[in-house]
Write a protein that binds this ligand. Structure first.
Ligand code: 6AU
Length: 260
């Protein structure tokens, strides 16, 4: 059961290089918090990244929501990520034929492959998506999180789809860093990271179908290794204090999980 192993032990088992680095960062910074920096202003993203950098293991973007995006956002963001030792993660949720995915991954305004060590992908189009990401040029270290479950009310994902998605991860051990899901799946595979969004201290839903669980319950009950927190931090009156609070709650839950 991967939930009983420490992140340092799991770093030795990881086959994807970014997953290995993430495990090491989590252990050394004592944080399993991934910030969803869902802001539409480039400067605000940089300011937030700078302030909460010490408390996060990864910063997840939706780069296509940035109103004033220019490629000039990328170098400062990379610099902040390097200095504070966290990983850049573009939540692109690729879902198309391989050729299109490869173009979306490396071309256009965002040139995602040039800066994001991690990306998300849907499994619905099958292997082509993963072959495309794997084979894309500019092969720095990269990793993919596959979506096996969603936090959205009324999601159309079935148990069979979730199972097939997990099977697909087994076919790409070098590329897949982990799985985005809501339940303790793949407990037998400590090499993969469970990333769980829909995490908030206070609220249990929003008005557009997002469903939230508490930081403690996602770690101890749902099997999350990394928790994604967006508005719980971005909309807090003091985002830095909020980030610290999530970091502590999540880390304490992890400690009690490996050492009950
Ligand atoms: O904490 P929030 O609700 O403000 O933000 C949650 C973040 C958003 C979503 O795009 C993302 O997590 N997300 C995902 C991911 C990470 O792929 C999957 C999912 O099932 N639910 C979800 O909210 O950036």
């Amino acid at each position: 059961d991967r939930r009983k192993l420490s992140f340092l032990d799991r770093a030795q088992l990881a086959q994807n290089p970014v997953a290995k680095r993430l495990f090491e960062i989590m252990a050394s910074k004592q944080t399993t918090l991934c910030l969803a920096a869902d802001l539409t202003d480039a400067t605000e993203i940089l300011n937030l990244a700078e302030k909460v950098g010490p408390y996060i293991c990864a910063l997840k973007t939706h780069i296509d929501i940035v109103d004033d995006f220019s490629i000039n956002l990328i170098d400062p963001l990379k610099e902040i990520a390097n200095r504070h030792n966290f990983i850049l993660f573009e939540d692109r949720k690729f879902a198309d034929i391989g050729n299109t995915v490869q173009l979306q991954y490396s071309k256009g305004l965002y040139k995602i492959s040039s800066w994001a060590s991690l990306v998300t992908a849907h499994s619905v189009f099958g292997k082509g998506v993963l072959d495309a990401i794997q084979g894309a040029p500019g092969s720095e270290e990269k990793g993919v999180f596959l979506l096996a479950e969603a936090s959205a009310t009324g999601s159309l994902i079935t148990d069979a789809y979730t199972k097939s998605t997990l099977k697909l991860t087994a076919e790409y051990p070098k590329l897949i860093a982990g799985v985005v899901c809501q339940n303790p799946l793949f407990l037998d595979n400590p090499a993969l990271i469970q990333l769980t969004p829909g995490v908030k201290i206070a609220q249990t839903s929003d008005h557009l179908g997002q469903q939230y669980n508490s930081p403690e319950s996602v770690v101890t009950e749902k099997g999350a290794d990394i928790a994604v927190v967006g508005r719980g931090i971005t909309e807090a009156t003091d985002p830095v204090a909020a980030a610290k609070r999530y970091q502590t709650l999540l880390w304490d839950a992890y400690l009690s999980r490996i050492n009950p």
